[in-house]
Design a binder for this molecule. Structure first.
Ligand SMILES: Cc1ncc(COP(=O)(O)O)c(C=O)c1O
Length: 386
């Protein structure tokens, strides 16, 4: 019996048809990331416009306004000369050790990935199926439900609470027998946190065999947020997902990590003969490892973002424009009229703001960029409102 036979058996036992199993195996087996597999065209490339068509001020795709910390860039540049080797040294274990120490989990609880999109889709395929659905907040980051729909799993969408937290009790009640409960905190696109106590409640009350996925893509930008990684250390059925695409400014370098019990990680590796995630771009690994330890640079960058966000919120308040207060590098602004034409007006002025979400067609997501970016946003806003 080959690994491939094992994986196919697992998929069909979990309710996938042989045809669906072949499709999933085809993607993973070919070594192709499934990140965008189920994602509609508009949502690919992290919601951004087509490559090369971005306006001057890029505040639409939740990217960082600047690149990796200089010391991390220097470390990445240095390793390029040794990149003829798959593993010239201890780069993978250095990454694991560094993150494990910071999060207080054993080193074998850390897996690095080329960004967080690939593991996010894998987690959906691994824990959802035609008989075990996905539960997600709405509005939230849509990639997991795109993958779940593609894989034939039921998607249950539960509105956020009035103060934009995940409504964990309603999420469990909406599907008490799901395979995966997805919590994005801070949430994309609202930038709002779900309290750790709520996540603890969900983990304590969810059905046996299911998993809670906590997506912490924006955690480093949050002033008040704390990681759910301690729940992983406690041995709970939880996977914490991280990316270096946001505060660390590495979206184009591709580095992410999952923090989870080894038996949960094993389940993510069933469909590709356990080949994924061992070979990653060395400059990305080294850049990420170095960046993680730069506590002062991290808090300075967060403070810069908060200053730009506060300036922008003050401007919106002065103009009487409603917005959702955010704890991350994005916020939803409510134009009280269809958002798509407003986005076009900003684009015509060289300012690329984000899109809206189906339940909130009058709101746009705006990424917090540099102070200069946000001054350009405010100036464009003044022109549009004039
Ligand atoms: C909440 C969330 N999770 C995951 C991702 C995937 O990012 P990446 O693949 O660059 O790590 C994004 C990207 O915008 C995101 O907003």
């Amino acid at each position: 019996m080959t690994d491939r036979d094992d994986a196919t058996r697992d998929l069909t036992a979990r309710g996938y048809s042989r045809r669906q199993a072949a499709r999933i195996m085809g993607l993973f087996g070919a070594g192709v990331a499934v990140a965008n597999a189920g994602t509609p065209l508009w949502a690919q490339r992290n919601d951004g416009p087509a490559e090369g068509s971005e306006p001057k001020v890029r505040i639409g795709s939740n990217e960082c306004w600047t690149g990796p910390f200089p010391v991390a860039q220097a470390a990445a540049a240095k390793i390029v000369a040794s990149s003829n080797f798959y593993h010239p040294g201890t780069e993978v274990s250095d990454f694991k050790k560094t993150l494990a120490t910071m999060e207080n989990v054993p080193e074998n609880y850390i897996l690095p990935w080329p960004g967080s999109s690939d593991p996010l889709s894998r987690i959906v395929v691994s824990f959802c199926s035609p008989t075990k659905g996905l539960v997600t907040a709405d509005v939230s980051y849509e990639q997991p439900w795109g993958t779940a729909e593609w894989a034939g799993a039921k998607v249950t969408k539960v509105p956020l609470t009035a103060d934009h937290r995940h409504d964990v009790k309603a999420m469990l009640a909406a599907n008490p027998d799901a395979g995966l409960y997805y919590v994005c905190s801070p949430n994309n696109p609202t930038g709002t946190l779900t309290p750790l106590a709520d996540i603890e409640w969900l983990i304590a009350n969810k059905p046996a065999g299911s998993v809670v996925l906590v997506d912490e893509a924006y955690l480093h930008f949050s002033e008040h947020g704390k990681s759910a990684a301690y729940m992983v250390a406690q041995g709970k059925d939880v996977i914490v997902l991280r990316t270096f695409s946001k505060l660390f400014g590495m979206a184009g370098m591709r580095l992410g990590a999952t923090i989870a019990r080894p038996d949960l990680h094993e389940k993510l590796m069933r469909y590709d003969g356990k080949r994924m995630s061992t070979n990653l771009p060395l400059p990305s690994l080294v850049c990420g490892t170095t960046a993680l330890t730069q506590a002062q640079a991290i808090s300075e960058r967060r403070a810069q973002m908060i200053a730009a966000r506060t300036m922008t919120f003050d401007h919106l308040k002065k103009r009487g424009i409603a917005f959702i207060p955010s704890d991350a590098n994005m916020f939803m602004v409510d134009w009280k009229k269809p958002a798509a034409p407003v986005k076009d007006q900003f684009a015509a002025l060289g300012v690329g703001i984000g899109r809206s979400w189906a339940p909130w067609p009058t709101m746009s997501r705006v990424t917090v960029g540099s102070m200069a970016d946000m001054q350009a946003f405010c100036a464009a806003l003044d022109k549009i409102m004039a």
